[in-house]
Structures are given as C-alpha cells and as structure tokens.
Design a protein around this ligand. Sequence first.
Ligand SMILES: *Cc1c(COP(=O)(O)O)cnc(C)c1O
Length: 407
Amino acid sequence: MCNVLARPMLNLAPYARHAGLSSFSAPATEMAAPPILLSPPHLTGQERAAIEASLASGWLAPAGPTPRAFEQALAEATGFAHVLGVASGTAALTLAFRVLEIGPGDEVWVPGFTFIASIAPAVQLGARPRFLDICPASWTLDPALLRAELAKAAREARLPKAVVAVDIYGQCAALHQIAPVCAEYGVALVSDSAEGLGATQAGLPAGRGALLAAFSFNGNKIITAGGGGALASDDPGLIARARVLAHQAKTPAPHYEHETTGYSFGLPSVLAAVGLAQLPGLVARVARRRAIFQRYGECLGDLPGISFMPEAPWGRASRWLTVMLLDAEAFGMGPEGLSRVLAMAEIESRPVWKPLHMQPVFRDAPRAGGVVAEALFGRGLCLPSGSGLAPDGQDRVIRAIRAAARG
Ligand SMILES: *Cc1c(COP(=O)(O)O)cnc(C)c1O
C-alpha cells in the first residue's frame, strides 16, 4: 500500500525557480531542496576507521594484506574460488579479454543493451563486436537467439572467441541456459556482473557458471570502494595470469623480466579497505533496493502509461536501479520530458542504456536483432534507487512523478 498520497502536495518553489518565474517568491529554506541522486555512494560509517587502519598499517598502494582480505571476502560473497581485486570493473573486463587472448580478427558477442564498458576493452584489443538482442522478459541476453546465431556462425566457421553476458540493472542473465550453449560450441563465456553483485540466477550468485566474471565497486554500484573492480573465476590459472598482467606483467626476477606488456591495474589498499567495510552490508542493501523498487510500483503503478522492469523467473534481482517504462501517449510525456521535469525538482534520473548498435562508434558493427533493446531505449527511465535513499526522499520523487502525470 502506498502511503505517500495522503501527504501534502509537492512544493512547487524549485520548479518555479528553475523555470525562471521571477514573480514567484518563496522562502530560501523552501527552495533549498537537497538533490536526490540516482545511486550515490552509501556509507556505512565504518569506512573512516577502515581507512585509518589501512593508513596506520603503512599500506596504501596496491599491495599488502587489505587487498588480499577484500579478495577473500569477495570470493565468499560471489561463490568463486579465485578473485583478483583491480582498479575498476573495466580493468577487470580488460584482463578477462587479455587472458582469453582476444585480439585482431576475433569476434566478441555481447547484448546491445548495456554500458559500453562491457565490450570496449575487447574492441581496444582489436576484436570486432557483434550485438545480440535481449529477451523482453528479463532485458538480458536472449539465449534462444544466441543458440541460433552460434549455430549459424559454426556452419560458416566464424565462431566468436567469447560471449559476454551482462547482468543489467541488477538482473542476472540466464547463465544456466547461456553457459551450456557456449560450452557446446567451445566459446568462452564472460559475465559482466558489474551491476549484478547480490543478485542470483537459478539459485546461484551473479556470474556463477561463466568462465570469468567481472564486478565493479565504482561509486554508483551497490557496494563501492570509491573505485575498484574484481575479476573472478574458478580457474586458478586464469586469475594468476590476470594478476601478473594487472601488475605490469612482471615475471619474478629482481630486474623485472617481461614476456608481454601488462597494466597498472592494482587495487590500492586504501580503496580495498573501503570495499571491505562495505561488503558485509550487501544483503541488507539488496533488501533495501528491492523495497525501493516495490514502493515505486505501489505508489506509481496506478498512473496511466507506467510500468516497471520485469523480474526474470530464473532469478532474484538486486534492483540496483529501479527502471520505469513510460508510454508517452498515456502518461503525457516520455522519459526525456519527465527527466527534465525531475531535474527541475533537483531529482536525478537517467534514460536506460542506449543500445550499442545505435552508438556512432559502432555504426558498422554486425548485429542480430535489436528491436527489443531499441524499444526499451525509447521508454525507459532509471529512478533514484540508492540504498541510502530515505523514505521521505523517495516520497519527493513519487510526488514529482505524480505531479507530472497527465491530470
Ligand atoms: C559500471 C559498469 C561497468 C564498469 O565498471 P567501472 O568500475 O566503472 O569500470 C561495466 N559494465 C557495466 C554493465 C557497468 O554498469
């Protein structure tokens, strides 16, 4: 049941101020509504002590006990036997593609409905991307389409070197269906689980079933280290290889011997300390984000032209971001219009991922389907969903959306 509607009407002062209505005057205190962000870092209060302990130990750089302790904790949280902490989720994906030896002449397949970091590192290594469409029921990689495309590619002897499945907005891809298909064709499966930490698929944590999984601890993710990422696998050889590459591909010799070139991708101790302080709260954060999603549904679901991202039958989403779909005709405006109205009330929102096949940089890339992703792009809007979002903050968002709806 929604309990927002009985409360006082939206204060229109901030709208008037942004709209430049000079005749409108309101007390300064009323105008100073604090901005509500999409998914800002949510601090537990334990971070300061963790950073101080890290500083006191003398370890700041990407070495020492804290990054290792964070990796250990992540192994437990993700269910993977081996985890490497790195500087970002993008760095983790770069290392995934490197250890799979992806290079010029290779294809890497990825759903078009994702953030560019899912594929950018493979492209930078010389691979050609191919974009596959998603399922309407989950918004994740369509396993039936993948099977059909792999069969066709096998017949034409042009199988991809890797497939990247993506957990989108906290909803896991159907790895229980995708992994067997990839195995059948001998294609490596990478899971971009940057948005999936804390979600499950077929009873397993995000990313399980893939050969390699990447996670992100960027400031807007469910757990943040201020910045950071992790690469996980059950294969100790792959993670050991990635660890060498993440530290400039130094082989153990006092003078630094290099058989290849690597990266400076280590996770600094101070950041690992922040991540380590945040990780125990993961389950509670998922519960909070799910409650936020549910409340948006209860308080907005009656409006014409509004619906929400479905939950896949095979999993439990973390609802990293609540995504609302708008029918512009019925609601009275589309996602862009509503986003502008919310911005005037100091509320951040964001369109859903623009399909990669629509991005100028990938204009000429091959693809299979894409209409599902395109349809979502025209209708989807991400709403403030941070686990630190207070109920009265969410009320403000709800009231602003209700005020914008066709009367
Ligand atoms: C955040 C994100 C990444 C990249 O993570 P960074 O830590 O910001 O490099 C990759 N893929 C997806 C789907 C993401 O949302």
